[in-house]
Design a protein around this ligand. Structure first.
Ligand SMILES: Cc1ncc(COP(=O)(O)O)c(C=O)c1O
Length: 410
């Protein structure tokens, strides 16, 4: 889309077959995009095309189908490399998602470099996927986890973070944009501060990769992780970006085929990057179908999508705030398109059921961020999150449905 074109949301919607369906007799209003985005037809077709036309195992085959599958798989790696602006293609490791990418870093890096007394810093905003793997490796190695506090709006306390840093800090692993609140963290500053103290940085980009321009070279982060299914791609594929020298210095995460150079019963030598971290047959079809998802965002233009989503967020925030007893959590300026809220006297789960009856999909609960919820003193929130294909009309439907549901529940 060029700069003087308008954002044609209807033609974007036409690319997503699922948006034609009805739920409980009503047109689907899908506002659970932070959990997983819907898939454009090109992504769905790429999976079917692979299985119908060139299904083969990759990298080792010496036949036409294997060559075609390998070329498509590696084309996807190249697309991801340019999507995040990595210097080298071998810095892109395919995993099954953000969760696996973080577990890979925690283990493959932590097993080599963490020692008793070392410190890992995370934040109060983290998803469980960026808490539990660090707890597990910290317990194994005798390392200590420290938590950056936030204010009541979900903003990180950078001054407190600065005070936490010392020569004991070995890793700073923080979320780029909070899945529960939408708040964007100042990761550039966090990465720089970590480096000034000789620590590494890992950015959880599960929520940011779809909304923000990601330039790992400019950010200078050591690791960056995200999931395919949140960027309009398939489930079961994720990405770990890591600086080449670092990845080379780490242990393999899993052993098996593909990740070896030579195996004897006495000793194994490991393959070069990226294959050292891609043991076994990968999720070939879904990796291949990640490229059309990236192509979709590039064709529309991430900046255009961001503008559209920001307009939706500010419209929704304004309308939601007019509802009596509704409180937006994470009401800050720097946000991705997530509105998370509580309503006095109403349990989020009851609300979700009533909204579903009206064809509206939202997410409720702790959003895999229980420590954050307990810090905020709430059981959970109702979260609406917007994507490229959502519309203001859908927000009007939501607001009307909310008002109706509140009347029924009070
Ligand atoms: C911020 C954040 N980190 C990590 C994850 C885990 O992603 P996945 O379940 O795709 O591995 C999510 C998923 O919601 C998330 O929002």
């Amino acid at each position: 889309m060029s700069a003087n074109q308008t954002y044609d949301v209807q033609s974007i919607r036409n690319e997503f077959p699922i948006l034609e369906r009805k739920v409980k007799g009503k047109p689907l209003v899908y506002f659970d995009n932070a959990a997983t985005a819907q898939k454009p037809k090109q992504v769905i077709d790429a999976i079917s095309h692979y299985y119908s036309h060139y299904n083969a195992n990759i990298h080792r085959g010496l036949h036409t189908l294997a060559d075609e599958a390998t070329a498509a798989f590696e084309a996807s790696r190249a697309a991801v490399q340019s999507f995040v602006h990595a210097k080298h293609h071998e810095e892109i490791i395919f995993t099954k998602g953000t969760t696996e990418s973080i577990n890979l870093v925690a283990n493959a890096w932590g097993n080599v470099f963490l020692n008793a007394g070392d410190e890992i810093i995370i934040s109060t905003l983290e998803h469980h996927a960026n808490i539990v793997p660090w707890q597990m490796i910290a317990e194994k190695k005798g390392a200590v986890i420290r938590i950056i506090p936030i204010d009541a709006n979900g903003k990180l306390d950078i001054e407190a973070f600065k005070k936490m840093l010392s020569n004991k800090t070995k890793m700073v692993a923080v979320v780029h944009a909070s899945n529960a609140l939408g708040v964007i963290n100042p990761v550039e500053e966090i990465i720089q501060l970590a480096h000034q103290h000789g620590a590494l940085s890992m950015i959880d980009g599960a929520q940011s990769a779809v909304h923000l321009d990601i330039d790992v070279t400019q950010l200078d982060c050591d690791f960056f992780v995200f999931s395919g299914h949140k960027i309009y791609g398939p489930t079961g594929v994720g990405v770990l970006y890591g600086k080449k020298q670092l990845l080379e210095s780490m242990q393999p995460y899993q052993g098996g085929g593909e990740m070896i150079k030579e195996v004897t019963f006495e000793k194994t030598t490991f393959n070069e990057l990226p294959f050292k971290f891609e043991a076994g047959t990968p999720n070939i079809a879904d990796v291949i179908a990640l490229k059309p998802a990236i192509d979709f965002m590039n064709r529309i233009g991430k900046a255009f999508i961001r503008q559209h989503e920001a307009a939706l967020l500010s419209y929704a925030t304004e309308k939601l705030k007019m509802i009596e007893g509704l409180h937006i959590k994470g009401d800050v300026a720097e946000k991705v398109s997530v509105a998370s809220f509580t309503i006095d006297g109403i349990h989020p789960q009851d609300l979700a059921i009533l909204l579903d009856n009206q064809g509206i999909a939202v997410r409720t609960g702790h959003h895999c961020a229980q420590p954050l919820m307990s810090y905020l003193g709430i059981v959970g929130t109702t979260r609406v999150s917007f994507a490229a294909y959502n519309t203001k009309e859908e927000i009007d439907i939501l607001v009307e449905a909310l008002n109706k549901s509140i009347k029924m529940l009070k």
